[in-house]
Write a protein that binds this ligand. Structure first.
Ligand code: ZN
Length: 167
């Protein structure tokens, strides 16, 4: 088990675009393992590599929180999205901040698994939301960026109160 420490907003690392993985070796599998372990250690349902200080396009998702059901996606691409859903989201990089976010209700994604095999996913429900949330992390975007100006201001105040030591 290798639980990594989390990058918290306003860590500039969370704002950088992740690099695509071009070598599928043990390093990617180790990173996937670290993401899964860290996600469970913090009771999360998804985690992206930039949140543990790795600038690679890799994330994990597991809305069911059932061990062994984790989805690991490397170099993901959203190929289609439709519908609308508004779900209250939180983020391990923004402790104590929760807000409703408007997103697509269905997404199609392609990518690779940690061994380099191509995978494609059709998702709806909570999985569709988690996939979009984690995909955003790889673009350097946080869910608060999708809120109105007022919502964003409130969220940033809450985040600042939750981690007074950052700066
Ligand atoms: Zn997040």
């Amino acid at each position: 088990m290798s639980v990594q420490s989390l990058c918290l907003e306003p860590d500039p690392f969370l704002r950088a675009e992740a690099r695509p993985v071009d070598t599928f070796d043990g390093g990617v599998r180790r990173l996937a393992r670290d993401l899964i372990d860290t996600m469970y250690a913090h009771d999360g349902i998804g985690l992206a590599a930039p949140q543990i200080g790795q600038d690679l396009a890799v994330f994990v998702a597991n809305p069911s929180q059932q061990m062994g059901k984790e989805l690991v996606l490397v170099n993901p691409v959203i190929t289609a999205c439709r519908g609308h859903a508004s779900v209250t989201e939180g983020c391990l990089s923004l402790p104590k901040v929760w807000h409703k976010v408007g997103r697509a209700s269905h997404v199609s994604m392609t990518g690779r698994d940690p061994s380099g095999r191509e995978i494609s996913i059709e998702a709806d429900g909570l999985l569709a939301i988690v996939l979009q949330h984690e995909f955003d992390h790889l673009q350097g975007r946080l869910f608060i960026d999708r809120l109105s100006w007022f919502g964003r201001r409130r969220a940033k105040r809450l985040a600042a109160a939750a981690c007074p030591a950052t700066g």
